[in-house]
Design a protein around this ligand. Structure first.
Ligand SMILES: Cc1cc2nc3c(=O)[nH]c(=O)nc-3n(C[C@H](O)[C@H](O)[C@H](O)COP(=O)(O)OP(=O)(O)OC[C@H]3O[C@@H](n4cnc5c(N)ncnc54)[C@H](O)[C@@H]3O)c2cc1C
Length: 167
């Protein structure tokens, strides 16, 4: 049986195309499983969308800035018999995003849904705060429906998603 992190029976060499986070994670798991792994990358540096670009003000992160699903990285490092915290120092942020508009108005979003509603109400009124609450509830429902059968599953399954939604 094969999946994203297993090789066909008898194979001992694997080529992973792309040194973005997905390719690197797959390569690390396959190497840990004892396979000889070669990663091919068309750019001169690894990282894919995780990249830094030069600017007159200094280097700027042009891709991801927020680690939103730490358990995924914990799981990866555990699979490699390592600990994430031995390699990177992570600081939990309560302020997730700060938005600015040309007229000087500003909207901060936090890791606390109640604080977000208060911020939305102050920024755009009670109706917007209510809409944001409905949006957050819907987003949570979608995340919970898709997490196990699609995002965490080695082989995403519409059948399991349907079953999950029915139960
Ligand atoms: C502006 C921006 C902000 C983001 N912010 C966040 C965030 O805050 N938090 C978060 O979790 N996610 C964020 N994301 C999403 C996250 O960056 C991506 O989901 C993730 O980096 C994708 O990784 P990947 O390995 O799947 O693909 P990629 O990073 O695209 O890697 C694919 C790699 O494969 C290489 N490649 C492709 N074809 C070939 C080929 N034929 N031969 C050789 N090499 C090849 C490419 O050069 C590339 O290096 C953001 C994305 C962007 C663009």
């Amino acid at each position: 049986m094969t999946g994203p992190h297993t090789a066909p029976e008898g194979a001992d060499r694997v080529i992973v195309i792309g040194a973005g986070i997905a390719g690197l994670a797959a390569a690390a798991r396959l190497a840990q499983a004892g396979l000889s792994v070669t990663v091919l990358e068309r750019h001169s540096t690894p990282g894919g969308k995780m990249r830094t670009l030069p600017s007159p003000a200094g280097p700027v992160d042009a891709g991801p800035t927020v680690l939103t699903m730490r358990p995924v990285f914990d799981d990866l490092f555990t699979a490699l018999a390592e600990r994430l915290e031995d390699h990177v120092t992570l600081h939990r942020q309560s302020l997730l995003a700060r938005h600015f508009w040309p007229d000087g108005s500003r909207l901060d979003l936090h890791d606390d849904p109640a604080l977000n509603e208060t911020a939305l109400a102050a920024f755009a009124g009670p109706k917007a705060a209510k809409q944001f609450r409905a949006f957050s509830t819907r987003a949570r429902q979608l995340f919970e429906a898709f997490d196990a059968p699609i995002m965490q599953a080695p082989a995403p399954s519409l059948g399991k998603l349907t079953l999950h939604c029915l139960t």
